[in-house]
Design a protein around this ligand. Structure first.
Ligand code: GLA
Length: 392
């Protein structure tokens, strides 16, 4: 058995006695296109990455759920039919929320002992929370044979995050963490939740995530402010076009025609979402044709629009994007996730990944005074049970 899973299994025996019944993995994610489009009913194109939560677990009698986090060295214990927020063991709220909404969705399950360990960096914008949510859901699903589609599991995770933990997010993170596919980027229509798996040749190209090391302090308030501006723009347009229910339904012609009724910010936010959705659709043909140069250009334009029209970049992100676009083997550089700070993402020729990393570390340290963390990623499968082959 691979060392990581062996360790999990040993920890399980120490804590709970005996052996686990099942192992699962649940990945973090990075978005390649679709900045702030998910809550506008638009299109996103993320991948599930090879930074993930690994967990092992076993059914127990009764309905007590015990979850041990190796990273935190803490065990959360709660009853499946009495879910309350835990102010001390905060990470466990993502798990508690999932248990609550899984039961509300009609899933039948009992108690469980679970040990989990995560390699998804926390607070960097790679969705460590979605990974934790799907790890909890998929573990209970696996242990109890719960029938639930990948789409519904993603909705349970999003509910847990939005309503139970109280963090406002769209559906992108949970959806791709559950439904991603190895060597593919996931094109998701955030209104219908219909999705397509688009080929991404990870033997030729790597997805490199570069951490600016700057914490995303502004995200909470600014995220809400952007959402509000989008809704205001919709209200203005809806008065003329009743079919506009979200910015997804708007087009450039509409916002040009009614520019005078929109504030400058509303106009800019709408323009970003409209152009970003166009890039998302364009990516379908570009990736199907294997045109990675063109795909890299779409990623670059996505960043430029997020910076200029959506105003979610920041000085450290700008420094990192500039450096990463000039680095060896780079086809693109753009901010990832919600923006403001956190990480950037680049498409990089696999053969140049090491040279790219060295260059970015050196140049960013020279400009910003801190050596950035980098992760050379590939597109991986969404959350699921690990097979014998994957475990050994
Ligand atoms: C965060 C949210 C996502 C999405 C992005 C912006 O990562 O969790 O749902 O809105 O911001 O694209």
């Amino acid at each position: 058995m691979k060392a990581r899973y062996e360790k999990l299994k040993n920890r399980f025996s120490e804590l709970f006695g005996g052996a686990p019944e099942a192992f699962i993995q649940s990945p973090g994610r990075v978005d390649l296109l679709g900045i702030h489009t998910d809550y506008n009913d638009g299109f996103v194109l993320p991948i599930a990455v090879d930074l993930n939560v690994a967990a092992c677990g076993r059914k127990t009698d009764g309905n007590k759920i015990r979850i041990h986090s190796v990273n935190k060295n803490e065990t959360a214990e709660f009853c499946a039919d009495d879910i309350r927020k835990d102010e001390v063991c905060f990470w466990s709220n993502y798990c508690r929320g999932v248990v609550k909404y899984l039961a509300e969705a009609g899933a039948v399950f009992g108690g469980a002992d679970i040990v989990l360990q995560s390699t998804v960096p926390i607070g960097s914008g790679l969705s460590s929370s979605a990974a934790l949510e799907n790890a909890t859901g998929v573990m209970l699903q696996t242990l109890y044979g719960v029938e639930m589609s990948g789409k519904d599991m993603a909705l349970v995770g999003q509910k847990a995050e939005n309503r139970f933990v109280g963090v406002s997010t769209g559906i992108m993170d949970q959806f791709v963490s559950r439904n991603g596919k190895k060597d593919h980027a996931l094109f998701l229509d955030c209104r219908t939740l219909e999705h397509k798996q688009l080929p991404l040749d990870c033997s030729r190209y790597k997805i490199v995530v570069c951490n600016t090391m700057k914490e995303r302090g502004l995200v909470d308030s600014e995220y809400g402010a952007r959402r509000a501006q989008c809704e205001e723009a919709v209200a203005v347009l809806q008065a003329h076009y009743p079919r506009v229910k979200a910015l997804r339904d708007a087009d450039m012609e509409m916002i040009e025609k009614h520019k005078g009724e929109l504030t400058e910010k509303q106009y800019m936010r709408a323009r970003h979402v409209i152009s970003e959705n166009e890039r998302g659709l364009k990516a379908i043909e570009v990736l199907r044709a294997g045109d990675y140069e063109a795909f890299g250009r779409l990623m670059d334009r996505s960043h430029d629009s997020a910076r200029d029209d959506y105003e979610v970049s920041g000085p450290e992100l700008e420094a990192m994007v500039g450096i990463s676009r000039r680095a060896p083997g780079a086809l693109s550089g753009r901010l990832a996730g919600a923006g403001f700070a956190g990480c950037t993402v680049s498409l990089v020729e696999a053969a140049s990944a090491d040279a790219f990393s060295e260059y970015v570390k050196r140049e960013y340290a020279a400009v910003c005074g801190v050596v950035p963390e980098l992760w050379v990623c590939s597109a991986e499968n969404g959350a699921g049970r690990l097979s014998e082959e994957e475990l050994n």
